[in-house]
Design a protein around this ligand. Structure first.
Ligand code: ZN
Length: 810
């Protein structure tokens, strides 16, 4: 019923008078300010009756069982809100990998929306205190005037369907609710709401879900990656910036708005806690400013408190998730807190039931037992999409209430972080990194130049200022040539540069004293110079800079880069499992970057045989042997997607090699070659306990055979001619046990093996094979014990892979 009908009749005149007064006041306000929003308004301000609820536009309420929205429906809903509400502006920021609109809704009070440029300017100044001479009085004025900038990113992982859908519920409430809480949020904050960080995946998952409704496959993950190239790893791209979606978010939201608070909405497994929010567990990456750590802890704890008072059971803080890798936390190095939330999943949009006893423990929390960080245990039972979006809504509003209530404090800390970043550095503190230009320095190749260009582009995108020496100079008794890149630490995003340029020393964390290692949430190393085949020198003492100019990525395009030359890749194919492998996606991304043609080879085509007639080489990206052999389970997936390459496939691959083909395997897929293709190689780590050997994503040193055609043009570590790196992530290590099999690269001696990250039991793999070439019949199997194309970053080892491809079929 319309609002006016609920008011007793005798009071209606009074309300009408107030309405007229309010209307005139609003019209006056609007006419007094310059027209910032170039769009027609059907109503002067939000009133609940005028703002469409999601079901009015898409036909159901997000959270209804067995209902998912297409990306077009998301866009339609946000467009409808934009039209009906003056609290929300919807815009397209660009196109996704597959060409869908990548969008954001900016939500705030109409008065704030009229002054967005001013608020951006305030953010820009506070983010870089050099712009106001680090003048605290001036900063105070800006802080008093500014708004808390809150970026809410939804659904980067597309099977976490509630995390997408909740964006509509959040937007609807902000646009239609007139409670004091919501008005405070709108008045004091600017909310940037990204309904999905991966719109392509929204449709991939919805199409699969709709197609399999009512079948045994209902609620399963689709038999393909939900991001065209990276799948789940799309949330590991926040420093390498390889994907379009990452670039749009960083360029058009982070770097324009510098949000103080970023809320990233995810879902976790079905059987753990119902909802996670920070504080994170150890370790924290040491370059994250202390005020960020404190802010994260404060916000997460405050949210859990609010959610408890709203009656939400099963909320945990300080469990499961750590804060080590910058691959998930751009904002931690850009003066913003990252509040990850992880809600328990159902089976996509299908309800699930988790009995109390079936709940599983997670790091730092026994899911069935009350503890300080888990004060209300969830009783178990049915868990559905409506529960998921309700927890997510509750969390997001708790976060926004805090952002509004402590507006001044969030802005002040933001300024203080910037002020500390730009202060002068004293002796003993890291002062600068020097990165010699690869052409003018050590053993240079065009690959070194490729790495240099990529490193510069990454730092530049991350807001780092890079200087180029225009003359020779000397530091600590060492001469550096002109063209050396200089990155000083005293700058707003010096910490971002430092974490990417230095070598990581991951703490030796154990499950209990003397016990097995504690698994990191992601990987432990991110040293870009090593990955990119470059050398970076850290200087811990102030020195007077030589003459410099600004080094920009664009300025490097004049150099002949490796990409300018076409690759002769022969007839190349890559195995594509229906049990989708992210490593396959990454490899395909690299092939596309270098315009290398590669056919995707499915199980059925491999089983059909005659492979040598069609291909010269076949790449098997990182995937475990059983997944390659057996594929997806037949009792859940339709026949066309289930089962792997099987015995027939193995025979076809053996014949392919006998007939002169090359098979190239990465990491775990090498075990498939060992098990099924009869290569005389043993994995020395098979059956070794984590307590005795552990390396969960680190950069190790290898020594290679420089005379092999597989190592041609590989960049080398400083002042060596045969040393490079390997990205080791729960990988095998090889020992040759038979004939016609050659070790092309070996792991270095135990003492010098670890370059960056964490390694236990180095002696187990010291001197063992890292790349092996096994001749069989007329062909060969080239086995990498590591991933030579790690997440698109390990330029240093691209040449090994490319050489293997280019020397095939001869
Ligand atoms: Zn996720």
């Amino acid at each position: 019923m319309p609002f006016i009908n609920r008011i007793p009749f005798k009071n209606r005149t009074f309300f009408f008078a107030i309405f007229l007064f309010w209307l005139s006041a609003n019209l006056l306000t609007v006419s007094a300010s310059p027209a910032p929003r170039q769009k027609p308004k059907s109503v002067p301000a939000s009133a609940k009756g005028n703002v469409p609820a999601p079901r009015d536009v898409i036909g159901f309420t997000p959270g209804d069982d067995r209902k998912l929205a297409s990306w077009a429906q998301f866009v339609d809903y946000f467009k409808a809100l934009d039209k009906a509400s003056d609290r929300l502006m919807f815009e397209e920021l660009g196109k996704t990998t597959m060409g869908r609109p990548f969008v954001v809704a900016t939500i705030s009070s109409p008065a704030n929306l009229a002054k967005l440029d001013r608020y951006k300017e305030i953010q820009r100044k506070l983010a870089d205190p050099r712009t106001i001479g680090s003048n605290d009085a001036e900063a105070e004025k800006l802080i008093a005037e500014g708004r808390t900038i809150v970026l809410i990113t939804c659904g980067i992982h597309s099977t976490e369907v509630g995390a997408n859908l909740v964006s509509m519920n959040i937007a609807y409430k902000l646009a239609s609710d007139d409670s004091q809480d919501t008005r405070d949020i709108l008045d004091r904050c600017i909310i940037l709401l990204v309904p999905s960080l991966n719109p392509d995946g929204v449709d991939i998952v919805k199409n699969w879900y709709d197609k399999t409704l009512g079948t045994p496959a209902e609620g399963t993950s689709p038999p393909e990656l939900y991001h065209h190239y990276t799948g789940h790893d799309n949330n590991r791209d926040w420093y390498a910036f390889t994907q379009v979606e990452t670039q749009l978010t960083v360029d058009k939201l982070h770097n324009v708005w510098h949000p103080q608070i970023v809320h990233d909405i995810h879902q976790q497994g079905e059987t753990g806690t119902r909802f996670f929010i920070p504080p994170y567990v150890e370790p924290w990456e040491p370059n994250v400013p202390p005020l960020i750590q404190a802010g994260v802890n404060f916000m997460g704890t405050a949210m859990a408190w609010d959610m408890l008072s709203e009656g939400k059971a099963g909320v945990v803080i300080n469990g499961v998730y750590d804060a080590w890798t910058p691959a998930r936390a751009y904002q931690h190095y850009h003066a913003g807190i990252r509040i990850l939330s992880e809600t328990a999943s159902a089976r996509l949009a299908t309800p699930t039931t988790v009995e109390f006893e079936k709940q599983t423990p997670q790091v730092n929390v026994d899911t069935k037992k009350r503890s300080w960080n888990y004060p209300v245990v969830w009783k178990g039972g049915e868990w559905k999409l409506a529960d998921i979006v309700e927890y997510q809504r509750s969390g997001a509003f708790a976060l926004m209430r805090n952002a509004a209530r402590y507006r001044e404090r969030w802005l002040k800390d933001f300024y203080l972080i910037g002020k500390d970043a730009v202060r002068e550095r004293k002796a003993g503190e890291p002062f600068a990194f020097l990165i010699p230009h690869p052409v003018s320095n050590f053993n240079s190749t065009s690959w070194g130049m490729e790495g240099f260009a990529r490193l510069v582009s990454i730092l530049e995108r991350g807001g780092v200022e890079i200087k180029r020496a225009t003359s020779e100079f000397e530091v600590e008794g060492k001469q550096y040539r002109a063209d050396t890149a200089i990155v000083t630490m005293s700058q707003p995003y010096g910490a971002f540069a430092k974490t990417l340029l230095e070598r990581q020393q991951y703490p030796d964390l154990r499950q209990y004293p003397g016990g097995p290692p504690m698994r990191p949430y992601d990987v432990t190393a991110h040293t870009l110079p090593l990955l990119m085949g470059l050398n970076a020198i850290q200087i811990n003492k102030p020195f007077s800079l030589p003459k410099t100019d600004v080094l920009r990525y664009a300025g490097l395009s004049r150099v002949v880069r490796v990409t300018d030359k076409p690759f002769t890749s022969g007839r190349l194919a890559m195995y594509k499992s229906h049990s989708a492998s992210m490593d396959e996606g990454w490899t395909r991304w690299i092939f596309d970057q270098y315009k290398i043609k590669s056919a995707s080879l499915l199980d059925a085509e491999i089983r059909a045989g005659n492979l040598r007639d069609k291909f010269d080489s076949i790449v098997f990206p990182d995937q475990n042997a059983r997944a390659i052999f057996s594929g997806l389970p037949e009792n859940r997936y339709p026949k066309e997607f289930s089962g792997g390459i099987g015995k027939e496939g193995v025979e076809a691959l053996k014949k392919f090699v006998e007939d002169g083909g090359t098979i190239i395997t990465f990491n775990d897929a090498s075990e498939f070659a060992i098990e099924h293709l009869g290569v005389p190689v043993k994995n020395v780590l098979a059956g070794v306990a984590a307590r005795d050997f552990y390396c969960p994503g680190s950069i190790l040193k290898i020594k290679f055979d420089a005379s092999s055609e597989l190592t041609r043009n590989a960049p080398t570590l400083e002042s060596t001619s045969d040393e490079s790196i390997a990205w080791f992530e729960t990988s095998p290590a090889f020992e040759v046990t038979g004939n016609d099999t050659k070790v092309i690269a070996r792991y270095a001696d135990a003492k010098e093996l670890l370059l960056s990250g964490w390694l236990l039991g180095a002696e187990k793999i010291a001197g063992k094979g890292a790349i092996v070439e096994a001749r069989r019949g007329k062909g060969r199997v080239v086995m990498f014990a590591f991933r030579p194309q790690y997440r698109g970053q390990s330029v240093a080892t691209f040449p090994f892979l490319f050489n293997a491809i280019m020397t095939s079929g001869k």
